[in-house]
Ligand binder design. Structure first.
Ligand code: SAH
Length: 217
């Protein structure tokens, strides 16, 4: 769509991401192309391009657009990459990643959320995303060997060693680490030949990662 016809809220959305420091063109393009209004609750469609997290089904949240863009940029995803996401939620982060890499495997513990995300992603033609219903903390049950990139989008108190072991050498893992209540620190871990290099990025607030497949009413 030519810029002149773009709805003003979508222009502000892009402008805000740039203003806050997102500079990677491929990331900005993916954020522009994936319609966030498809991933929020119908009642929140008017707020879809505001830079805030929003509630979704099962008491969970779709992350703030800036945080999605920031985590994606920090992940330095490349075309050939195989990416693992723990915490599908709405499927929005997975949709963004799908534009930048070869394959995304995303895991969600709520069946309702996994089913809805799968449907949205199908509708958008994101056919390189697989949504699995399961417990992402049960790392030995995650199929697929090692990944080039791993993104955790629910708060964990520490990064499990078993998850780090699923990272390729040269791979990057990003996760919000800290207490379930309050704020966490986004930690970026790079696997090198010599071991793991950790760097603290920014403070964030995510819903907690909880064990087991969720029971739903
Ligand atoms: N990435 C999502 C937002 C994540 S919200 C988006 O783009 O919308 C965090 C999600 O992690 C929630 O949906 C929650 O149910 C899920 N979750 C929490 N613990 C989990 C676990 N052990 N395994 C898989 N998913 C989990």
């Amino acid at each position: 769509m030519p810029a002149a016809q773009k709805p003003p809220e979508k222009m502000m959305f892009q402008l805000n991401l740039r203003r806050r420091g997102i500079s990677e063109q491929a990331v900005l393009r993916a954020m522009e192309e994936i319609p966030r209004e498809m991933f929020v609750e119908p009642a929140d469609r008017d707020s879809a391009y505001r830079d805030s997290a929003l509630g979704i089904a099962c008491g969970q949240t779709i992350s703030q657009p800036f945080v999605v863009a920031y985590m994606t940029e920090q992940l330095q995803v490349q075309k050939g990459h195989n990416v693992l996401e723990l915490g599908t939620g709405s499927g929005y982060q997975a949709a963004i990643l799908s534009r930048l890499c070869r394959q995304v495997l995303t895991i969600e513990r709520y069946r309702t959320l996994a089913d809805r995300a799968r449907r949205r992603l199908e509708k958008l033609g994101c056919d390189n995303v697989e949504v699995l219903l399961g417990d992402g903390l049960e790392i030995s049950a995650i199929p697929g060997g090692q990944f080039d990139r791993i993104i955790v989008t629910a708060a964990i108190e520490q990064i499990p060693d078993a998850l780090l072991e699923r990272l390729q050498t040269g791979g990057i893992l990003i996760a919000p680490v800290g207490p379930h209540r309050g704020t966490q620190t986004l930690i970026r871990t790079v696997r090198t030949e010599a071991g793991f290099e950790r760097r603290n990025l920014v403070e964030v607030r995510f819903v907690p990662a909880l064990p087991g497949i969720a029971r739903e009413l």
